[in-house]
Design a protein. Sequence first.
Length: 179
Amino acid sequence: MLAVFGLLSLVCCGTCAVITAPLRGEYPSRIAATPSTVAGLQRDDDGLVRLLAEEAKFRIRAGDYVDDGFADRFVDPRNSGRSVIAFGGTGLIWDPTGTLTAVIQGAGPDLRNVADYPAGPLGGLLKCGDGKDDKKQAVVLCAWIDHGSMGVGVFYGKPSHAEAAAFLRTLREAVIIRP
């Protein structure tokens, strides 16, 4: 009887360890300082932009289940029409697929051509689509998610989805810290 109980305990614990491995590998995550340059784009350090970014970070951190957050604007020094507004946060995300679907759907009815892209070495999911901002200007929206972090990039200047996904992967690798 004791041997059966021991075997059942071992199977149960082993199953739990296998099932929770992705979660334990991605959570907890922390946010590092945003680099001044990411994939050739420079962080916009204009005073008003920094003030708005700090306000956005405050609002992100105030959210339920959010441990830390970031928000920044990056601009192309060679093309003023090409820029990215990027924001995100860390926290425990139980259902990354469902949460990413909700984020994509929450971007509005104009979001189309949504496609999956490689998420990179940190794992998780990455999707990009074409949409419009609140002023009806064309944008590419990309979002990544895993069990410990999530981020969104709103890209102006008509980059390809592949370019936008590459920028977001690079930004993610720079700002997300895992134990």
